[in-house]
Design a protein around this ligand. Structure first.
Ligand SMILES: [Mg+2]
Length: 344
């Protein structure tokens, strides 16, 4: 029996050890256009290299959407395919990836991810990065920072077996952007997986909502900003540091959509860096509290088990044999010995 007791003791110590060593996760989700990149990728890179006049392309695509009650992303994706037929120039994935190489990024973006990962790690937090964008995934995949993201959720084409874009596979817009926050929180990453709608207790989440940060620049980010903030996470509005147009972020802040706003400057001494570090510190402090509470719960729940066993024993005592009584009493007394503190 004393052997069992040792095992229980080891089990308790092991449990505490495991809880102490747990590494909580945290996610930063980014919009892409005008959040990480100063440009709208379609307007500035895709269209000119296709020898299409950007202004007329967007005017036509908007008209197409309006006249046919079409979702605007589906409209431009359709329009682009139409142009490619007209120009007799097929659109291939490699073509988009090539464009991605030239996508310009705000100052400090390239170093941001490793720098923030390191900072989070020092606080005992595993930091993951995700893109949630209406832009084209293939272009983002070609960019210099593509490998920094655990997932890139964005619009994308379906390609024929010989690699030609044929049909929209995903059209990500402002409202369906929010599903990806749920996917990230629940760890159900695949775009086709419907189980993202199944309910999941907070304790089972891959990343708790309060450990999620969303960074965006415009009205299309509002549903995500709202969702993240309302669930205890953090939303940040950014604006172009050079243009310094702050109307949107002031409005977002006044409307309670965001916790912070800052210039889209990702260098190490920027305001944005300072705010995100503050958030990481807060998440780390809250996670430390959770860790301590999980450890306290081990003994408190053992106390609970002892009390339930005692109650059950009281109710069934009369029918029990002598041996059963003896066993039960010795088990209970061992459990009590094992539980720190006096509970009598
Ligand atoms: Mg944007």
């Amino acid at each position: 029996m004393s052997n069992d007791n040792n095992n229980t003791k080891d089990l308790r110590e092991n449990n505490i050890e495991m809880i102490r060593n747990r590494k909580p996760r945290m996610a930063i989700c980014y919009d892409f256009d005008k959040t990480l990149s100063p440009n709208d990728m379609q307007t500035f890179t895709l269209i000119p290299s296709f020898e299409i006049d950007a202004e007329s392309f967007w005017a036509e695509s908007d008209k197409l959407a309006e006249e046919n009650l079409m979702e605007t992303n589906l409209a431009w994706m359709y329009q682009l395919l139409n142009y490619s037929k007209f120009k007799r120039k097929s659109i291939r994935k490699e073509y988009f990836r090539e464009i991605g190489k030239d996508v310009s990024l705000y100052k400090g973006v390239e170093e941001w991810f490793d720098r923030m990962d390191k900072y989070a790690e020092k606080q005992g937090i595993i930091l993951e990065h995700y893109i949630i964008s209406s832009g084209l995934r293939e272009i983002i995949e070609g960019s210099r920072i593509a490998d920094k993201f655990k997932r890139i959720y964005a619009s994308s084409y379906y390609y024929t077996p010989d690699g030609v874009a044929e049909w929209p596979a995903q059209a990500v817009n402002y409202t369906n952007k929010t599903q990806f926050i749920f996917r990230i929180a629940k760890g159900i990453f695949e775009e086709y997986d419907d189980s993202v709608n199944d309910s999941m207790p907070d304790s089972k989440l891959y990343i708790p909502y309060e450990n999620i940060v969303y960074i965006g620049d415009s009205a299309t980010d509002i549903p995500c900003m709202r969702l993240v903030k309302s669930k205890g996470g953090y939303s940040i509005g950014v604006y172009d540091p050079e243009k310094n147009m702050r109307k949107k972020v002031y409005q977002l802040f006044n409307d309670g959509r965001i916790n912070y706003y800052a210039p889209a400057d990702y260098t190490s001494r920027s305001e944005l860096t300072q705010y995100v570090k503050q958030i990481i510190d807060t998440v780390a402090a809250k996670e430390k509290m959770k860790t301590d509470q999980m450890i306290l719960n081990i003994d408190a729940s053992l106390y609970n088990s002892i009390r339930s066993m005692e109650q059950m024993y009281e109710r069934t005592k009369e029918q029990a044999t002598k041996k059963m009584k003896k066993d039960m009493e010795s088990t209970l007394s061992e459990m009590k010995d094992f539980l720190p503190g006096n509970i009598d």
